[in-house]
Design a binder for this molecule. Structure first.
Ligand SMILES: NC(=O)c1ccc[n+]([C@@H]2O[C@H](COP(=O)([O-])OP(=O)(O)OC[C@H]3O[C@@H](n4cnc5c(N)ncnc54)[C@H](OP(=O)(O)O)[C@@H]3O)[C@@H](O)[C@H]2O)c1
Length: 317
């Protein structure tokens, strides 16, 4: 099949594009050609590249028509962040494409009522990113209901893997937290450390996209969570990482209002976003319908990512 992947050279594309090529698809990658995939692979030579800045093309009103002109059979949209953006694409490719797979996010849920969160729960999104993604999802479901638009929505958790930093045990991206854990130093967690994060390895995200293609008939008009098997509490995450580094965990806890004063503003903002969402999702639906089988637990995914980071930084444990 001819697969067009919008934004195919980032976290997800690094794993997804080689899988698509290996499966025999003819792959067209749309990007600005500024980002390189994390892992060099001979396979990237067989990919067709189309250089387009989506933001600029959307402003000109011709992004959708440029995509439609690519004679796409399967369209994978990894970088759609507003309903207007989704609409421009859908209107242009409607009736001309067999399957559109949209990349959403667990943050469409906002705060969950019951956990693990299932796909059918009422959305309570907050923050512009989550609200926009939830509105895109609602629009795509509506257009599927209305005219059978062939769409599937995949909602990853915190994507991780070698090449970029994972969300750490205090819910932000500061690598110092991991470094302290390797040295057996104390780290301070917000509240009781019982809020959750739910990671997924980028290769498992890629697996889910492949499964959605393979199980198209059952995937149409559906949303699926794409996560590791289980979420982590911040406390459990910190304890397990310390043990993986051969250290006894030394943890201290502070109420949020005191904790946030101890860290940089940007770190506090990111932590707040992560603990306010406290992602903890069910993957039962993806397992049943798509036969999705994540290879990595949350800890395995994080461990692989942070080991690579330490190697790149020359940090020895
Ligand atoms: N990161 C997470 O933890 C997380 C969690 C849940 C869901 N998600 C979802 O994952 C998706 C992002 O996937 P990713 O993490 O693989 O992305 P990424 O690593 O940020 O890569 C972005 C890709 O899009 C291209 N791109 C960026 N801006 C562009 C533009 N204006 N025009 C054309 N191409 C552009 C980049 O290439 P160039 O720079 O060369 O253009 C690159 O190929 C989003 O839908 C996000 O909501 C992410």
């Amino acid at each position: 099949m001819r697969v067009v992947i919008i934004g195919g050279t980032g976290h997800i594309g690094t794993y997804l594009v080689p899988r698509l090529v290996e499966a025999g698809h003819s792959v067209v990658c749309v990007s600005r050609r500024q980002t390189r995939p994390y892992i060099d692979h001979e396979i990237w030579k067989s990919v067709e590249y189309v250089t387009i800045d989506r933001t600029k093309a959307e402003e000109n009103g011709d992004f959708g028509s440029q995509m439609a002109a690519l004679n796409v059979e399967i369209l994978i949209d990894l970088i759609c962040f507003t309903p207007q953006s989704a609409k421009q694409l859908v209107e242009a490719v409607k009736g001309r494409v067999k399957h559109v797979i949209h990349c959403g996010t667990m943050w469409v849920h906002g705060h969950s009522t019951q956990v693990p969160t299932t796909e059918n729960q009422i959305r309570n999104p907050f923050g512009s990113y989550g609200i926009n993604k939830a509105n895109i999802e609602a629009y795509l479901h509506a257009i599927h209901q209305e005219c059978g638009f062939p769409v599937t929505i995949l909602h990853p958790g915190h994507i991780t893997g070698p090449g970029w930093l994972p969300i750490n045990p205090v819910g932000n991206l500061n690598p110092e937290v991991f470094v302290k854990l390797t040295k057996g130093e104390e780290i301070i967690l917000p509240n009781l450390g019982m809020e959750t994060v739910h990671h997924v390895h980028a290769d498992d995200v890629a697996q889910a996209f492949m499964r959605a293609i393979a199980h198209r008939e059952n995937a149409l008009g559906e949303s699926f969570h794409v996560l590791s098997e289980q979420a982590l509490t911040l406390r459990g995450y910190a304890e397990e990482m310390a043990k993986l580094f051969g250290q006894e965990p030394k943890l201290k806890f502070l109420p949020w209002k005191d904790w946030k004063k101890e860290v940089h503003r940007r770190d506090a903002e990111l932590t707040w976003d992560h603990i306010a969402h406290s992602a903890c999702g069910s993957i039962a639906k993806a397992k049943k319908v798509l036969n999705y089988r994540p290879k990595y637990s949350s800890l395995q995914a994080v461990h692989e990512a942070i080991s690579k980071y330490f190697e790149q930084q020359g940090i020895t444990i």
